[in-house]
Ligand binder design. Structure first.
Ligand SMILES: [Zn+2]
Length: 99
């Protein structure tokens, strides 16, 4: 039996060949647990105002500095996670396992 930890509906951390790896529900390997799995995803980046009504900043200068990122599995296309971040900033860590 494989050791695994479910992180979300479509993402898990699983030990394979002695190493913890991020795995999509389609079984696509999204890299070692030592690296942010978002680095292995397809990414759609849009304006934070595209999230929907009520999410846009009332400060136009700040709104222009923020973006909405969606991370998709490159194997099956399922959206694995989202984040709101500063434009140009590194991807945020949702989970950083200490292995
Ligand atoms: Zn997938």
């Amino acid at each position: 039996m494989r050791q695994q930890i479910c992180i979300g509906d479509n993402l898990r951390l699983e030990r394979r060949a002695g190493e913890a790896r991020f795995i999509c529900s389609c079984d696509r390997d999204l890299g070692t647990g030592q690296v942010n799995f978002k680095e292995h995803c397809r990414v759609k980046e849009s304006s934070s105002s595209d999230i929907g009504p009520g999410y846009a900043s009332s400060d136009p200068e700040m709104a222009g500095q923020m973006c909405f990122r969606e991370f998709f599995c490159p194997g099956c296309g399922v959206r694995l996670t989202t984040e709101v971040a500063l434009v140009g900033s590194p991807y945020l860590w949702d989970i950083q396992p200490k292995l």
